[in-house]
Design a binder for this molecule. Structure first.
Ligand SMILES: *Cc1c(COP(=O)(O)O)cnc(C)c1O
Length: 376
């Protein structure tokens, strides 16, 4: 049996008619970039996430970069972030000229260690850029209070957590669930095809409750202009979302909750079997989060052998991530390799992500789980 890590064709087939009709409409309309579909998608995503505004951009990476720029973060500024993420998070900080200050992660949920944030804050710190890794949100209650105490911007990289939720109520109050990306000053979304809400190409979005950030972002994505009169106030970029992607995403957004439920169901099927294996740690799901299982990531000291074994049986898996940010070659000139981030380094040697996409049949999940049992 062949089980790929993703199968985007399957999802396409489920909604093929709707997608093709809407794309055809765009092609006929002749409006291809930042048009009515982008406007409508921005409104729907803002409503879905519970924010006042959403601004479509060309990618999740651009969402991060433009967010930092819109907050006027740059040279001599420091931004605290995690070493255990997709490289775009750290690259965005470095590319706008600021310093990425990396702090270690929590061993069980792979997110930034909240207890290490305060000691990393200096007078140069402008923002905390958090990542809700794999779909498990950070504990925002504590984080929001730290950001407030030190007057720092809080940016959420929610590229992997579209649809995830976090309880933001204080500890003794009834729960108050909020969507990932909607809790800080700015949330950054990615519509890369394999994300929880994925387009048929690159795309991204910024969500926020702040009008000032929204205006700036709308300008930054169009070369820094303030209208269509060819006058430019800011050093902006070409970073726009196109109509074909927006039309496709508008349709997919209607299904996203259903797909997340299917991801959760697949995760719990894995959990049932894999929790019985002593040398595997299944993903945790803390009481303050509703995990969307963008990835289902186990930990085992026998990771490399297990990966090979599963490959031999037609099951493809992925290592997110084999190398932490600070050990990437591109950061060697900044001496990041000297940083002491032992948990991130250890985790990178143990993690393995299993196929968990919504269209993967339950019997195939059980097949993967059974193969893992037989390996051990
Ligand atoms: C995918 C991803 C990004 C970048 O998104 P793109 O749309 O691919 O540019 C940024 N951060 C994280 C954590 C991601 O997973």
């Amino acid at each position: 049996m062949e089980i790929p890590i993703f199968d985007l064709k399957k999802q396409y087939k489920l909604i093929q008619k709707e997608i093709e009709n809407s794309v055809k409409q765009v092609l006929k309309n002749g409006h291809y970039i930042l048009g009515p579909n982008v406007d409508a998608l921005e409104k729907s995503v803002a409503t879905y996430c519970g924010t006042s505004y959403a601004i479509g951009v060309a990618s999740g990476t651009d969402a991060l970069r433009l967010s930092l720029l819109s907050l006027e973060i740059g040279k001599d500024d420091e931004v605290i972030t995690t070493p255990f993420t997709f490289i775009a998070t750290a690259q965005a900080i470095t590319q706008i000229g600021a310093k990425a200050v990396l702090i270690d992660i929590e061993e069980d949920n792979f997110n930034m260690d909240l207890d290490k944030i305060e000691e990393a804050i200096t007078e140069k710190t402008k923002a905390i850029l958090i990542v809700h890794i794999f779909g498990h949100t950070m504990d925002m209650r504590k984080l929001l209070s730290i950001a407030k105490k030190y007057n720092l911007f809080l940016i959420e990289d929610a590229a992997q957590s579209f649809g995830s939720e976090c309880n933001t109520a204080s500890f003794d109050s009834p729960p108050q669930w909020k969507k990932a990306g909607a809790m800080g000053d700015i949330g950054c979304l990615s519509f890369y095809p394999t994300k929880n809400l994925g387009g048929f190409g690159d795309g991204g979005m910024v969500i926020t409750n702040k009008k000032e950030i929204t205006d700036k972002m709308r300008s930054l994505r169009m070369h820094g202009g303030n209208s269509n009169n060819y006058s430019y106030d800011l050093l902006g970029y070409n970073s726009r979302l196109d109509e074909v992607q927006a039309a496709i995403l508008r349709i997919k957004l209607r299904y996203v909750d259903q797909w997340i439920k299917l991801r959760e169901k697949r995760a719990s099927l894995y959990n049932k079997v894999l929790s019985k294996i002593p040398s595997i740690k299944i993903p945790v799901c803390k009481p303050y989060t509703k995990h969307s299982f963008h990835a289902y990531t186990i930990k085992t000291p026998l990771r490399d052998k297990l990966k090979k074994y599963l490959e031999k049986h037609g099951i493809s898996t992925k290592i997110y991530y084999p190398i932490p940010v600070h050990l990437q070659k591109m950061y060697k000139n900044l001496n990041y390799d000297k940083l002491n981030l032992p948990v991130a380094e250890k985790i990178c040697k143990q993690v393995l992500s299993l196929p968990v996409y919504p269209e993967l049949e339950e019997e195939k999940i059980l097949y993967v789980a059974k193969k893992i049992v037989s390996f051990f």
